[in-house]
Design a binder for this molecule. Structure first.
Ligand SMILES: C[S@@+](CC[C@H](N)C(=O)[O-])C[C@H]1O[C@@H](n2cnc3c(N)ncnc32)[C@H](O)[C@@H]1O
Length: 256
């Protein structure tokens, strides 16, 4: 019989996604409700189905990974990034290496490009953007967004970098060209190195303490000396010194 422990093992073997690294109660609740919604008879039945049916499998990954995102999420933090963090980084490096980790459907890396565009020409901007979810990455590359997700974009950027397509907003190719998207599993895969800035927001909340510690260490390693890690608004790092990071501003940490 396949219980939840066995199901996690099977999923890990099939996908490399280690469900044990995510907070158990929340994850199990989501999986149970997905199984119920799709009217399967428990974990075994469901696992066989997602093994055979690619669409069902993609739905599983997509549902688990929670892709909610928006442009300029927590606006004031992007202001701090622009006014207090980026000017020093720009001064200290002639070509910034920036990574948007767990970028979901692209709102975050595209926000980064718009923020940077106030400080430097677009042709000097290159962002690496990754997520575990291939479907999210495909949507990011498409660059088509709802009215709700563009609500916080400053009007000057909205009118300059977007065109409307029916009820949606399409991001311009000149912004898209600044971002290189690919899939990456933060738990298993190699991280880029020598980054000046890593933006990883609203994803650590899903992980166990142990996995978070592992990832904070990997983020520190991925940063250049004095490089900066920008985290989500509920993700302040307690005792950042443990990871050889020091607090610069709330939600911003520097490799020390
Ligand atoms: C709530 S979204 C956050 C999106 C964006 N960073 C933001 O703050 O708006 C969480 C993202 O984390 C991604 N994710 C979950 N587990 C991951 C993993 N192990 N490796 C990489 N990305 C992961 C999900 O696919 C999802 O797109």
């Amino acid at each position: 019989m396949v219980d939840y422990e066995k199901f996690k093992e099977l999923i890990f073997k099939k996908t490399g996604l280690n469900l044990s690294c995510y907070k158990e109660r929340q994850m199990k609740r989501r999986i149970d409700s997905l199984i119920k919604r799709n009217k399967f008879n428990g974990y075994e039945d469901y696992f066989h189905a997602i093994e055979k049916d690619k669409k069902l499998f993609n739905e599983f990954i997509n549902y688990l990974t929670i892709n909610v995102s928006e442009f300029y999420r927590n606006y004031s933090q992007w202001e701090i990034l622009k006014n207090n963090i980026l000017p020093d980084l720009i001064k200290s490096s002639n070509k910034l290496k920036i990574w948007s980790a767990a970028c979901s459907t692209g709102e975050e890396p595209y926000t980064l490009v718009m923020v940077l565009s106030d400080l430097m020409p677009l042709n000097e901007i290159k962002i690496i953007a990754t997520d575990i979810d291939k479907e999210a990455i495909n949507k990011a590359k498409l660059g088509l967004y709802s009215k709700k997700s563009v609500e916080n974009i400053p009007q000057k950027h909205l009118s300059k970098y977007f065109t409307t397509v029916g009820d949606s907003y399409k991001i311009s190719d000149e912004i898209k060209q600044c971002v290189e998207f690919s899939t990456n599993n933060l738990l298993e895969d190699r991280y880029p190195d020598k980054c000046d800035l890593i933006v990883c927001r609203n994803v650590m909340i899903y992980f166990t303490e142990e996995s978070k510690e592992l990832m904070y260490n990997k983020f520190r390693e991925a940063l250049k000396n004095h490089g900066v890690l920008f985290v989500g608004s509920t993700e302040q790092i307690i005792l950042p010194n443990r990871f050889k990071l020091s607090s610069l501003k709330t939600f911003f940490y520097r490799r020390s």
